[in-house]
Ligand binder design. Structure first.
Ligand code: SF4
Ligand code: MG
Length: 331
């Protein structure tokens, strides 16, 4: 089946002013040459340290940022070929839920108004239909009808996030970007919202791009996982393959920091600690962007951008040394 979304060579660069008087400008390479298919009905997680371009990828895919290069093809339609008017009916199918529900909810609107607004705007619901539809959506996210009269400040963090999700559902989405959507919540509430996401995926046939830094959560929720480093994809694999056979040294380092649920394996877990910080995306390292922190870096890593190669079924990686210094089990 053709993918729901095809992302081809997508790049996003920002220009920023530098110097005390903003006298210099520089280019931030937030996202570079990102190619990826997102399959209908899957949960594709995007992981990496903060500042690696995960959110930029989400925003650029949704066309909330205009791509610097490359394209986003949604159900066969290149979104760049559409003007704002033609894009509008598609926009409602592509929704986003952020970490902080406060920033998305108008404090002066009741929950009923917030959830009802997209129904009036996108679905052309009549006033009569409205309250029963709002009630149904609130029920779908686990809130009773009496929440319709409440204001955001009267709700807990988890309840607010449920309202934001109901509001996104009111638009009739097919694709939902969850950008650290559970990161600000208490751990017990996180589990509830994750279950809600899974439940809604089935009921509404949703496809998720799940942006997160908590690998335990990612391990639970994903179909596939894409690891990003400094604006570029490092590795992409089905969840099981990524967690059992991480190939990119950066993925190996990220996973080595996650405690093993099995105590026997936890005792033998080898931690891999990366030296240094993530370099600035203002002046990313040449060749493989990870070379300044990679324990396996050699000359070619500094000189050449590693090619993206599928080395196991559905499991791709960008590293010069995979298959050589890094064995590929079963390949
Ligand atoms: Fe390390 Fe080289 Fe592979 Fe980059 S290409 S991850 S520097 S071994
Ligand atoms: Mg972010």
């Amino acid at each position: 089946a053709p993918p729901l979304l095809r992302i081809e060579g997508l790049s996003k660069h920002f220009f920023v002013k530098l110097g005390a008087f903003g006298q210099k400008s520089a280019e931030v390479h937030a996202l570079d040459d990102f190619t990826l298919d997102i399959r209908r009905g899957e949960t594709l997680s995007l992981v990496g340290e903060s500042g690696c371009g995960k959110s930029t990828a989400g925003f650029t895919i949704l066309q909330l940022y205009k791509p610097s290069r490359g394209r986003v093809v949604y159900e066969g339609v290149d979104l760049a070929t559409l003007d704002e008017k033609a894009l509008r009916p598609l926009r409602r199918k592509l929704q986003v839920v952020f970490q902080d529900p406060y920033s998305t909810l108008n404090p002066r609107m009741t929950v009923g108004e917030a959830v009802g607004e997209p129904l009036l705007y996108h679905q052309r619901a009549t006033r009569v239909e409205l309250s029963s539809k709002v009630e149904q959506l609130l029920g779908d996210v686990g809130l009773s009808p009496r929440f319709a009269m409440r204001y955001p400040h009267e709700l807990s963090g988890g309840q607010r996030q449920r309202v934001v999700i109901a509001r996104a559902l009111a638009c009739g989405p097919e694709f939902l970007v969850c950008d650290e959507a559970i990161s600000a919540l208490d751990v017990s509430v996180q589990a509830q919202i994750i279950n809600l996401f899974q439940d809604l995926q089935e009921r509404y046939g949703l496809t998720y791009l799940f942006i997160a830094h908590d690998l335990a959560v990612v391990r639970h929720i994903s179909t596939r996982v894409a690891v990003m480093y400094l604006g570029r994809p490092a590795e992409l694999a089905p969840k099981r393959s990524l967690f059992s056979t991480p190939l990119h040294p950066y993925t190996q380092a990220l996973l080595s920091a996650v405690p093993e649920p099995d105590p026997a394996r936890e005792r033998t877990r080898r931690r891999m600690v990366l030296k240094g910080d993530v370099p600035s995306p203002l002046d990313p390292p040449s060749g493989c962007r990870f070379h300044t922190r990679c324990p396996l870096a050699i000359d070619i890593c500094r000189a050449e951008v590693p090619a993206w190669r599928e080395v196991l079924p559905d499991h791709a990686v960008a590293c010069h040394r995979v298959g050589e210094a890094i064995p590929v089990p079963g390949a």
